[in-house]
Ligand binder design. Sequence first.
Ligand code: UDP
Length: 244
Amino acid sequence: MGATPKKLPFKRVLLKVTGEAFVAKPGNHGIEVDALNHLAMEIKGVRDLGLEIAVTVGGGNIFRGAMAAEAGMDRVSADYMGMLATMINGLALQNALEAINVDTRVLTSIDVHQLAEPYVRRRAMRHLEKGRVVIFAGGTGNPYFTTDTTASLRAMEINAEVILKATKVDGVYDADPMKDSSARKYTELKFIDVLKNNLKVMDAAAISLCMDNQVPIIVFNMTVPGNIKRVLTGEKIGTIVRGI
Ligand code: UDP
């Protein structure tokens, strides 16, 4: 892989996409091809910049453990089902990336030998060095966690310089901008303020890990084509969370 152009602020990044990125509208279920292809094209754009990119996929478009537990299912079983849902998304994303000639590996925390490589940190790093897009599926492999926490954990393990949290709004607001037209967007936030004010960035475990290890998070709207490239070339869009 060629040298990273000097002007880019990062060399290795971790992108967190929720299950929502696999559907056109929040609340839709399953995998919708247009949303999937958009996601793949955006990731290809990052790879084409010469950056190393790993992607942690969520599973909420298919199954969420906590919701199933509320409906009476055993929480641990439900969480394992949620982790398998992330596997489905990971394979779909791999397929869409390969269709546009992006070399991709799915690494899973839950062994499914026929479908994906087991997660091994050094292997993940090697794939990245070779210019492959690495998809982390299966969450952390543990119930009671989320794929946000997976994203934080893996970002630290692979020495990613930043976590890009893809959403359908253009940053973090002091109220829900979909419901409240007076909601104000933050351009920058400290981790501690996210925790204190319970702001919707990532869950508390994920935020704490990033705070303790000083890995910044950029929250941005990935439904706008080219936005991820804008973030990575240093344009000030979205909200950056960093500092103590
Ligand atoms: N999950 C889990 N452990 C993990 C990651 C995920 O048990 O380390 C389960 C959990 O049930 C969760 C589901 O997988 O609801 C899907 O992940 P998540 O809710 O994080 O997906 P997203 O909200 O990002 O679509």
